[in-house]
Design a protein around this ligand. Structure first.
Ligand code: FAD
Length: 378
């Protein structure tokens, strides 16, 4: 019962790839569940954000879902690449949790993490949700692993007139299937893999148009480990300076094999504003792209924002980890340790915001936290 004001060494918040990997490595270092560690997750079942992905996203159409430490995906379950990832990945995580006895308390949302005694003292974690025992509310911990991902913070940029558009607006997070758009004029916003996948799916049933802030980076080559490492290094450099991270998965470019090029409409530069009927461009902004679209406005029924996600970190606000630039200063071997508070690690943030990055980060999170807690004991 996490409700009865318990005290542990480490609370892991969020049980996607990042939380599971950290929990696995902490457990191997002797942080037994219940006694020394609690695992909390806001979702009703295993799978992290993957349980919510739209049905046509399969292991075939995803970038790649990396293994968790100690037990690979293909050893754990029978993989059918055509089955929705929203089924496959939760099945894998469920089997993984069971095999290693990683008992997750869910659904439990962490509302707030505070440290009333200042840096180095105990954290007080305030929780809510159906998974919390009847008497409930706070957990004391000496360290926090925050692995809360991004799915719950869809990002929709502000454009003038956004509130006046009379049609439907939705974000990638709320996309389910192309049939919902049959016969409609749909404007997809965004230059990432999600935008391109939406366009490909919608092409047979809807009239699509496409706008992006930067020109889409369609690579005529395979996505290689070198490309991935380069993107991760750039994000790593940003967060070590306390800048807001750019998304790793949205910066890997669009491998040509992920793009059914025939289904992509012409890509227009970002509009200047929206009105009740659609998107409007000023002549000046069209010139900057060299090729003017066929019209200065595009009227649509739906705007589908495939404009990415932000990290979900509001519950950490009382700790004052944010920099003036809006990022979090992090360092450590996997760039997960809060510089201002070594009792907090953030796997899945910045350069580790991919299944491979999150998986690798877990080992260093466990090691550095153990060193930190041991040094406090001395
Ligand atoms: P998540 O899987 O998001 O898990 C976070 C968990 O924390 C959730 O269960 C959530 O409920 C819980 N949580 C959040 N807030 C709280 C709170 N306050 N209290 C308690 N629990 C909380 N990466 C790849 O490597 N390959 C891909 O093919 C790929 N495809 C992607 C496709 C899309 C559309 C998106 C958006 C991302 C994709 N990524 C991909 C990125 C990848 O999903 C993530 O980097 C990785 O899976 C995230 O793992 P995570 O553990 O950080 O977070």
């Amino acid at each position: 019962d996490p409700g009865a004001d318990v005290g542990v060494d480490v609370v892991v918040i969020g049980m996607g790839q990042a939380g599971l990997s950290a929990a696995y490595h902490l457990q191997r270092r002797g942080y037994e569940l219940g006694e020394r560690m609690l695992l909390l997750d806001a979702n009703p079942g295993p799978g992290g954000a993957w349980q919510h992905r739209w049905p046509s996203l399969t292991l075939k159409t995803a970038n790649r879902v990396n293994d968790l430490p100690g037990w690979g995906l293909e050893d754990a379950i029978d993989v059918d690449e055509e089955v929705p990832a929203a089924q496959t990945v939760p099945e894998y995580y469920r089997a993984y949790e069971e095999r290693f006895g990683l008992q997750v308390i869910r659904p439990v949302t962490v509302d707030r993490v505070e440290q009333p005694g200042g840096v180095g003292s105990d954290f007080v974690v305030t929780v809510s949700g159906a998974g919390v025992g009847a008497t409930a509310r706070t957990i004391r911990a000496r360290a926090i692993v925050n692995a809360t991902g991004t799915w719950d913070r869809p990002r929709i940029p502000y454009y003038p007139g956004i509130g006046t558009f009379a049609g439907r607006q939705l974000h990638t997070r709320d996309y389910t299937r192309p049939e919902d758009f049959a016969g409609e004029r749909v404007l997809v916003v965004g230059a990432g893999i999600s935008a391109v996948q939406h366009l490909a799916e919608l092409a047979p049933v809807a009239q699509t148009s496409w706008v992006t802030r930067t020109r889409p980076d369609i690579r005529n080559a395979e996505f290689t480990p070198e490309v991935g490492a380069d993107v991760v290094a750039r994000v790593d450099e940003r967060v070590r300076q306390g800048l807001p991270p750019a998304s790793v998965v949205s910066n890997t470019g669009l491998p040509i094999n992920a793009v059914e090029t025939g289904s992509l409409p012409q890509c227009h530069p970002m509009f200047d504003r929206l009105d009740a009927h659609g998107a409007v461009w000023d002549a000046l902004s069209l010139r900057s792209w060299g090729s003017a679209p066929e019209a200065r406005r595009i009227d649509v029924d739906v705007i589908l924002w495939a404009t990415g996600f932000l990290h979900r970190l509001d519950h950490l606000a009382p700790l004052g980890l944010r920099t003036e630039d809006g990022g979090l200063l992090v360092d450590g071997r996997a760039t997960t340790r809060a510089v201002r508070n070594h009792g907090v690690h953030l796997p899945g943030y910045g350069p580790s915001a991919s299944t491979i990055g999150a998986n690798r980060a877990g080992r260093w999170v466990a090691r550095e936290l153990e060193e930190y807690l041991d040094s406090q004991d001395r």
